[in-house]
Design a protein around this ligand. Structure first.
Ligand SMILES: Cc1ncc(C[n+]2csc(CCO)c2C)c(N)n1
Length: 235
């Protein structure tokens, strides 16, 4: 179990069940070339730029999933959490994205004309399908891999790099996701899932576990497709 998993998942909790079920794909995601070359600071700017453009498109869909979760929800506290989380996504766009789009000279025009890669589209289509058809708990579980995987990989990268993170070519990216603030910003999501899951049956929990594993794997595939600079379809 990794650093963030130990820190978050109470023994016997639904979160621990998710973490255990996903442990293989989780580790495979960390060991893939995109993340390992990023850690070593040798990931090409071209690949990172490709990723950033795809991520901008992804974040639009990701924000929409929050809005759909809000619409599905009758709990006022969970609605407030979702509305607040939308603000965090705007912050993410303003910090990580704006920095790198400036540093790497990615024009707004290139982003506007970009087409989602096949893998990115598979990921967002799957999340949006859950958002349109699922209940609030299912939609929240669709959002969870995004927050948890990034916090975990960020913390591991920072831990492994130690002082070498300072002046690292991808310092801002690593530091954003390694920060305690980033972890704390998604505590509402883990809490609300834990709360709603108290009413779920064992069969429903097993389905959620499968959804979670698929989401963690789609995070892996998203990076792999950026590493390959995978194309999409122009329709
Ligand atoms: C493909 C992809 N997956 C996850 C994130 C990380 N992320 C994006 S928004 C958000 C929530 C609060 O900012 C988190 C964790 C990303 N950037 N791109």
């Amino acid at each position: 179990m990794t650093y963030q998993l130990i820190r978050s998942a109470q023994p016997g909790s639904i979160l621990e069940r998710f973490a255990c079920a996903a442990s293989h794909v989780w580790q495979a995601g960390y060991e893939q070339p995109f993340i390992q070359e990023l850690r070593q600071g040798i990931l090409s700017q071209e690949r990172f730029t490709w990723y950033m453009i795809q991520d901008r498109l992804y974040l639009d869909d990701y924000a929409n999933v929050h809005a759909l979760a809000f619409a599905s929800c009758t709990h006022s506290t969970i609605q407030q959490d979702l509305a607040h989380a939308l603000g965090d996504i705007a912050h993410e766009l303003a910090t990580v994205h704006d920095t790198y789009t400036q540093v790497f000279g990615i024009s707004e025009q290139r982003i506007t004309h970009a087409v989602q890669s096949a893998a990115a589209r598979a990921y967002t289509t799957s999340m949006l399908e859950t958002a349109y058809r699922g209940n609030t708990l299912e939609i929240l579980v669709a959002l969870l891999p995004c927050a948890w995987v990034y916090a975990d990989y960020g913390a591991r990268l920072a831990q492994e790099l130690g002082d070498a993170v300072h002046g690292h070519p991808y310092e801002q990216w690593i530091s954003t996701y390694a920060a305690d603030d980033f972890w704390d910003a998604s505590q509402w999501l883990r809490d609300d899932i834990t709360l709603l899951a108290q009413q779920a049956t064992e069969v429903e929990i097993q389905r959620l576990e499968q959804m979670f594993v698929q989401g963690v794997d789609l995070e892996r595939v998203f990076w792999a497709s950026a590493y390959e600079m995978q194309a999409g379809w122009n329709f």
